[in-house]
Design a binder for this molecule. Structure first.
Ligand SMILES: NC(=O)c1ccc[n+]([C@@H]2O[C@H](COP(=O)([O-])OP(=O)(O)OC[C@H]3O[C@@H](n4cnc5c(N)ncnc54)[C@H](OP(=O)(O)O)[C@@H]3O)[C@@H](O)[C@H]2O)c1
Length: 353
C-alpha cells in the first residue's frame, strides 16, 4: 500500500516523500497496530526504500549485541545502524544472519548501514575497509555505507592515533578523494548506496560538486535540543535524507570526550507534559517528533522493553501546536562535538550548519 504523508511544524512543512508499508513479519501480526506500522519507509534519491526508524548499535557490547539484534528483528526492526568504530560488527552480523537462517527475515527485508572510520580515508583503503566490514558482518553487501566523519586521521587500525602529547594525529586526505572510492564500493556491489555522516552544508556541497553517485543520506546528531532545522532544509533541497543519531542525546554517544554538560531531553518536563497528553512515553514523543520533522531516528537500546517502546510510535501524531512546543526546546546543544579535533581543516562544526 502506498501512501503519502506530510507533516506540519512551526519550522515549515516537511514532506516525507513516499512513505510505504512493507510486508509485516508474522510475529508482528499479533502485536498492536502501531507496532505493525513501523514497517514504513521513505524513498531515497536513488529509489531504495529506507525504514523510517532504525536500531543504533554503538555501545551494544560484544556479548550482548547479537541478542539485542535478534530481539530487535523479532520485534520488527528492519533497519540496523552499524560502524567499524563500534567494534561489534561481528556480533551484530551474527544476529542478522541468525534471523535470516531462522526464516524470520530475508536479506532483502533488512536495511543495514555501516561506516568508514576516519583512519581509512586514504583512497587505497576504502574498498578494502568496506570488504572487511562485510566480512565481519558476514554479509555480501550493506545497504548504505557512510563516511563516518569528514576529518581524516593518520591511516591504520588505531582508531584514535595520538602523538606523545596525547593529540590526535591528523591525515591530509580530502574527503572528496575518499568519495571517489566510496563510489567504487557501489560499482563493485559492496553497498547499494553511499552517504555522509557529520558533514556540514559546505562539505556536502563540495561532495555534490564532484560526485557521480550522489550521497543519499547525511547522518547527524539530531534531537529536541539540537533539532537541525537548517541542515534538514538544506539537505531536503539537495534530495539528501537526514538520519538522526543520538535521538535522546544519548549518554552512549561519544559525549564522554566532551567536558560540557550533556542535555537530557528524556527528563524534560515539557516533553513529559506532552507524553502525558498523548498517553505515550517521553522517548516515544521525542522519536515521533523527529519522524514528523522528516528525519530517520536510530535510537540505541540494549533493553527489550525499551526496544518495543521505541518502535511503538506509529499510532499517534503530534498536533502542530505540540510540534511548536517541541521546536521551542531547541538550544543548538551539540553533545557529540569531537571538540578535540576542532583545529582539523575538515572539522565540521566550526560553522552554523
Ligand atoms: N554517525 C555518528 O557519528 C554517530 C554518533 C553517535 C551515535 N550514532 C548512532 O546513533 C545511535 C543512537 O545514538 P546513541 O547511542 O548515542 O544515543 P541514543 O539512542 O540517543 O540514546 C541511547 C541511550 O538511551 C537509553 N534509552 C534507549 N531507549 C530508551 C527509552 N525508551 N527510555 C529511556 N532510555 C532509553 C539507552 O539505554 P538502554 O540501552 O539501557 O535502553 C542508552 O543509554 C548509536 O547507537 C549509533 O548507531 C552515530
Amino acid at each position: 500500500m502506498l501512501e503519502r504523508m506530510s507533516f506540519c511544524s512551526a519550522v515549515g512543512i516537511y514532506r516525507i516523500g513516499s512513505i510505504r508499508q512493507v510486508s509485516v513479519p508474522r510475529l508482528l501480526r499479533v502485536t498492536s497496530p502501531s507496532v505493525r506500522n513501523m514497517a514504513q519507509t521513505v524513498k531515497l534519491n536513488n529509489g531504495y526504500e529506507f525504514p523510517v526508524l532504525g536500531l543504533g548499535t554503538y555501545k551494544s557490547n560484544p556479548g550482548e549485541a547479537e541478542q539485542i539484534v535478534k530481539d530487535a528483528i523479532d520485534i520488527g526492526y528492519r533497519h540496523i545502524d552499524c560502524a567499524k568504530f563500534y567494534e561489534n560488527e561481528k556480533e551484530v552480523g551474527a544476529g542478522i544472519r541468525a534471523k535470516i537462517a531462522e526464516g524470520v527475515i530475508k536479506r532483502e527485508d533488512i536495511f543495514v548501514t555501516s561506516k568508514l572510520w576516519n583512519t581509512y580515508h586514504a583512497p587505497h583503503m576504502v574498498v578494502p575497509t568496506c570488504k572487511r566490514t562485510l566480512s565481519d558482518l558476514g554479509l555480501d553487501y550493506v545497504n548504505l555505507y557512510l563516511i563516518h566523519w569528514p576529518h581524516a586521521f593518520k591511516e591504520g587500525d588505531v582508531f584514535l592515533p595520538k602523538d606523545s602529547s596525547g593529540n590526535i594525529i591528523y591525515s591530509d586526505v580530502d574527503y572528496v578523494d575518499t568519495w571517489k572510492e566510496m563510489e567504487e564500493c557501489v560499482k563493485q556491489g559492496l553497498t547499494k548506496s553511499i552517504g555522509l555522516s557529520n558533514f556540514n552544508s559546505q562539505q556536502i556541497q563540495r561532495g555534490l560538486d564532484i560526485a557521480t553517485i550522489k550521497p543519499v543520506v547525511n547522518q547527524v546528531e539530531c534531537h529536541p535540543y539540537l533539532n537541525q532545522t537548517k541542515l534538514i532544509e538544506f539537505c531536503r533541497e539537495k534530495g539528501i535524507q537526514i538520519t538522526a543519531y543520538s535521538p535522546f542525546a544519548g549518554p552512549t554517544s561519544i559525549a564522554p570526550l566532551h567536558k560540557g554538560e550533556s542535555p537530557e531531553p528524556l527528563k524534560d518536563p515539557k516533553i513529559k507534559e506532552l507524553a502525558d497528553k498523548y498517553n505515550k512515553t517521553v522517548a516515544q514523543v521525542i522519536l515521533k517528533y523527529l519522524v514528523q520533522l522528516g528525519v530517520v531516528p536510530i535510537p540505541k537500546s540494549s533493553n527489550k522493553k525499551r526496544l518495543l517502546e521505541n518502535i511503538d510510535i506509529f499510532d499517534f501524531e503530534l498536533r502542530p501546536e505540540d510540534v511548536s512546543v517541541m521546536n521551542s526546546l531547541n538550544r543548538n546543544n551539540r553533545i557529540c562535538d569531537f571538540i578535540q579535533v576542532k583545529e582539523h581543516k575538515h572539522y565540521p562544526f566550526n560553522i552554523e550548519y
